[in-house]
Design a protein around this ligand. Structure first.
Ligand SMILES: [Zn+2]
Length: 74
């Protein structure tokens, strides 16, 4: 299995700013403040983290198992 990609480019849905951020391997990022407009990015309903909703690369748990912390319980 390939190592997960740890950098994702977040795109702010409000101002369109793009931010390259490093994702943690073992945690989900629920909130991320936009560097452009300061809005607090949040996951869309059903998504586990801001990277899955607004990033171009899904978070590491999704890359490796296809599931994430928010979905494991089901
Ligand atoms: Zn923004």
């Amino acid at each position: 299995m390939a190592d997960p990609i740890l950098q994702s480019t977040l795109t702010c849905p409000h101002c369109g700013a793009r931010m390259v951020e490093t994702m943690p391997l073992d945690a989900c990022v629920f909130f991320h403040e936009c560097r452009g407009c300061g809005v607090l990015l949040q996951p869309k309903p059903g998504d586990c983290c801001v990277f899955c909703s607004h990033g171009d690369i899904a978070c590491p748990p999704i890359q490796q198992h296809g599931s994430c912390c928010a979905r494991q319980a089901a």
